[in-house]
Design a protein around this ligand. Structure first.
Ligand code: ZN
Length: 70
């Protein structure tokens, strides 16, 4: 059998990674580290969300507290 070289391109991002990166999840909170303001996503969607406060981009906060979500 001939073994053909597999010329498979591997992009840095595959489709699922793009989808997860562009998915805005409900309940994700973004916080400003300077003034402490927080914004929470109350309705999800797909897109690029850029929140800014105090002239700086707000950072996503991991709101994992181990409790059961209701
Ligand atoms: Zn701020």
């Amino acid at each position: 059998m001939e073994s053909e070289p597999i010329d498979e391109q591997q992009p840095d991002w595959d489709l699922t990674e793009w989808e997860s990166a562009l998915t805005i999840n409900v309940g994700v909170a973004y916080g400003c580290k300077k003034c402490g303001a927080m914004a929470m996503v109350s309705k999800g969607g797909v897109g690029v969300m850029e929140l800014a406060c105090c002239g700086r981009p707000m950072e996503p906060m991991s709101a994992r507290h181990g409790g059961a979500a209701q």
